[in-house]
Write a protein that binds this ligand. Structure first.
Ligand code: SF4
Length: 593
C-alpha cells in the first residue's frame, strides 16, 4: 500500500449532548464494502435499534461520501444520506450532486453520523474534522434559498451547505434535503428526520484534498475514463443530449413508449407532453447550463419565468419533476411546472412524491372519495390549484395534514387501496410499472420503494424486444442492481454508467485500494451490500408481501397512444420475484438466510 494511504474519518455528532467525536473507519471495511452505500448500510443496520421511531432521537442520519468523492474522477461530486424513513418505516437512502461531497472531503470527513435531537433549532459548521453547534432560531421558518442567503454561503467560496425548508421543520413525511442550493436528496423524508432533530443546516468547509489525486496510477485511470466519455460525443459531448437537453429529453421517449406517468397513472401517454418537454423548456424558459462540481457534461439547466403567475427562477425541472408534477397532474405549461418545482425546492419537499400526492387527491376528488376535497381548487390542468394544495401540505393544514403523512396513510384512512399507487409507502418515479417487467421487479425489491435509481434497468429494458415478457428478466435486472450498488458506494453519478462496465469498475477498485481482485469479487461485494439493506427491512417487519405492485396495476391495462399495455400478471410477477430471491440466496419469503 502506498504512502498516501487514505485515513477514512467518521465524525459522530450527538445533538442531544452537543458533542462530537472523531473515529477512524478501518481500511478493511472499505475493502469489504467499497464506501458510500456499502458502509452506510452497514452502519444503519448496526447502529439503529430495531423498530426505532423514525422521528425520534434514536433515528440517525448517516451522511456518506465514497472513495472517489472529491477526487479528479468525473462526477465524483455526490454524497449519500441513509436513515430509517418516516414515510415507509424502512431502509432509506438518497444521493445528491452539486458540490457538498467535495466540501465534506475538504472538511476532512468521509462519513458524518448525526444522532440524538437538539432542544431548540441549531445548525452545524463542520471544518477541520470537527463540528461547531450554532443557534439557528432565526433561521427556523426560512425557506432553503433564504437559508443560503442568511448564511452567505455564496460569498464563502470554501463552503457548501445542506439544509431543510419549512416542510422538514413541520415533519412533513415527504420533506427532502436541499444542498448546493437547488440539489435535492429527495426521497423517503430525510427532511422530516432532520426537522425532528431540530437541525436546520450543516455547513461544510475546509482545505483538505483527497490523496488519491497525487497517485500517478489514479491520474492515469481518470484520463482513461475521460477518454471513454469523449468517445461517446452524442451522449457526453458538448452537443450530446445530456448537455443539450438534460433529463427532460426522457419525456419524449417515455411518452412514445407509453410509460409517461399521466393523469395519476390512468394513462401512459399525454397528448400535451410536447408542452412540458425538453424542447418547450429550451424555447420558453432556458437561461443557462448548470451542473455539479467536476462534471464534464453538466446536464443541469437554470430556467426563469420573468413575470406573471408562474414567475420563478430555478435549476430544473428534471424529468422526474416533469413526469410527476407535469404528467401526473396533467399540467400543460412548462412555466407552471418550473414554478411548482421552485416552490417545492424552497419549501424542501420531494417533487416526485408531492406531484404524486397531488394526482392522488385529484383522482379521489373527482370520484368523490375524500370528504372535504370538493372545497379545494385542485384539479388536472390547474397549476395554481396544485400550488394551493402544496401550501396546505407544507403547513399541514386541512387535508394537507393527512397528505403530509404520505399516500399509504391517506389510502388506508379512506379505503383507497384500489386507487393509490405506491410500494412500501413510497410513490413511484416517472415510469409506469405496467410498461416494463424486469424494471417492475426492480421497483418491487428496491429497499426504499419504487425508485428508478436502484437498478436503472428501464434504460436497458426499454430497448429490449421482450420488454413485456417476464422470463429471463430477474438475472439481468439483478446484475444491473449490483452494478448500481457499486456505483452508489464509489459514489458517482449514474449518468456515467455507460462507461463503467464490470471490468472498469474492478479496475477502479483495484486502483483506489491497490488490490488485484477480479470482477467476481466485485459482484460478491455488491450482493453483500444489497443484502445489508434487505436485512434492515426484514428486521423492521418487511417481507415478500411488501414487494408487490399496487392492486390497480394487476387489474387495469394502461392506455397509450395507439392501444394499451396489458395489466401486470400477478402469477408471472410472483415467478420473477421467487427467481430473484433465489439468485440473491434469500428464502422464498425474501429473507436473507
Ligand atoms: S450528469 Fe448532471 S447530475 Fe450527473 S454529475 Fe453531471 S451535472 Fe450532476
Amino acid at each position: 500500500v502506498s504512502e498516501q494511504k487514505i485515513h477514512y474519518q467518521l465524525l459522530r455528532i450527538d445533538l442531544t449532548t452537543q458533542q462530537s467525536n472523531l473515529e477512524e473507519i478501518p481500511f478493511e471495511l472499505y475493502l469489504e464494502l467499497v464506501g458510500g452505500k456499502g458502509i452506510g448500510s452497514k452502519l444503519l443496520l448496526d447502529e439503529l435499534e430495531p423498530k426505532v421511531d423514525p422521528l425520534g432521537p434514536g433515528n440517525k442520519m448517516i451522511f456518506v461520501t465514497g472513495p472517489l468523492s472529491g477526487t479528479l474522477f468525473p462526477t465524483s461530486n455526490r454524497y449519500g444520506v441513509l436513515f430509517k424513513s418516516p414515510l415507509t418505516g424502512g431502509y432509506a437512502e438518497c444521493y445528491s450532486g452539486g458540490r457538498l461531497a467535495e466540501r465534506m472531503i475538504a472538511a476532512g470527513v468521509q462519513v458524518v453520523i448525526i444522532e440524538g435531537a437538539a432542544k431548540s433549532p441549531v445548525y452545524l459548521e463542520i471544518t477541520e474534522k470537527s463540528a461547531k453547534f450554532q443557534d439557528a432560531t432565526t433561521l427556523w421558518g426560512k425557506d432553503t434559498i433564504q437559508t443560503y442567503e442568511a448564511l452567505q454561503i455564496d460569498a464563502r467560496k470554501d463552503a457548501d451547505m445542506v439544509c431543510i425548508g419549512p416542510a422538514g421543520e413541520n415533519l412533513v413525511k415527504i420533506a427532502c434535503l436541499q444542498n448546493s442550493k437547488w440539489h435535492s436528496a429527495g426521497r423517503c423524508g430525510p427532511g422530516a428526520v432532520m426537522g425532528s432533530k431540530k437541525l436546520k443546516a450543516i455547513v461544510f468547509s475546509g482545505k483538505e484534498k483527497s490523496p488519491l489525486n497525487q497517485r500517478p496510477e489514479f491520474r492515469a485511470l481518470v484520463q482513461k475514463i475521460l477518454e471513454k466519455l469523449r468517445a461517446q460525443p452524442d451522449t457526453y459531448g458538448k452537443d450530446g443530449f445530456y448537455r443539450q437537453f438534460g433529463t427532460p429529453i426522457i419525456a419524449d421517449w417515455a411518452n412514445e413508449l407509453g410509460c409517461f406517468t399521466s393523469r395519476y397513472f390512468t394513462q401512459g401517454y399525454s397528448p400535451h407532453a410536447d408542452k412540458i418537454n425538453a424542447h418547450a423548456m429550451k424555447e420558453q424558459i432556458f437561461k443557462k447550463h448548470t451542473g455539479c462540481w467536476n462534471c464534464p457534461f453538466t446536464c443541469g439547466k437554470f430556467v426563469e419565468v420573468a413575470e406573471g403567475e408562474y414567475k420563478c427562477a430555478v435549476e430544473g425541472p428534471e424529468y422526474e419533476t416533469i413526469a410527476l408534477i407535469g404528467g401526473v397532474c396533467d399540467i400543460r405549461d412548462i412555466r407552471a411546472v418550473a414554478m411548482l418545482n421552485e416552490y417545492c425546492d424552497r419549501m424542501g419537499i420531494d417533487t416526485i412524491s408531492a406531484g404524486s400526492l397531488a394526482g392522488f387527491l385529484i383522482e379521489a376528488k373527482r370520484r368523490n372519495l375524500i370528504p372535504g376535497a370538493e372545497t379545494l381548487t385542485i384539479d388536472y390542468d390547474n397549476p395554481l390549484g396544485v400550488l394551493d394544495f402544496f401550501k396546505l401540505l407544507v403547513k399541514k393544514e386541512g387535508l394537507g395534514a393527512e397528505f403530509a403523512q404520505g399516500s399509504k396513510y391517506v389510502a388506508e384512512k379512506y379505503g383507497l387501496e384500489d386507487l393509490v399507487m405506491h410500494v412500501k409507502g413510497l410513490d413511484f418515479a416517472g415510469y409506469d410499472p405496467r410498461s416494463f417487467r424486469g424494471f417492475t421487479l426492480s421497483y418491487g425489491v428496491a429497499p426504499e420503494g419504487p425508485t428508478h435509481l436502484r437498478s436503472v434497468f428501464h434504460g436497458i429494458e426499454r430497448n429490449m424486444p421482450n420488454r413485456l415478457e417476464y422470463e429471463n428478466k430477474a438475472a439481468p435486472m439483478l446484475s444491473e442492481e449490483d452494478r448500481m450498488a457499486i456505483l452508489d458506494s464509489l459514489i458517482v453519478c449514474k449518468f456515467i454508467r455507460g462507461v463503467l462496465d464490470w471490468g472498469t469498475i474492478t479496475e477502479i477498485y483495484n486502483t483506489i485500494f491497490e488490490t488485484h481482485v477480479d470482477n467476481g469479487t466485485l459482484r460478491e461485494i455488491a450482493g453483500k451490500i444489497v443484502t445489508l439493506s434487505r436485512k434492515f427491512n426484514v428486521r423492521e417487519g418487511f417481507s415478500r408481501k411488501d414487494d408487490y405492485m399496487p392492486p390497480r396495476t394487476y387489474k387495469e391495462a394502461l392506455p397509450k397512444r395507439n392501444g394499451e399495455t396489458p395489466a401486470l400478471d400477478r402469477e408471472k410477477y410472483d415467478m420473477m420475484l421467487s427467481e430473484y430471491y433465489k439468485l440473491r440466496g434469500w428464502s422464498n419469503d425474501g429473507k436473507p438466510e
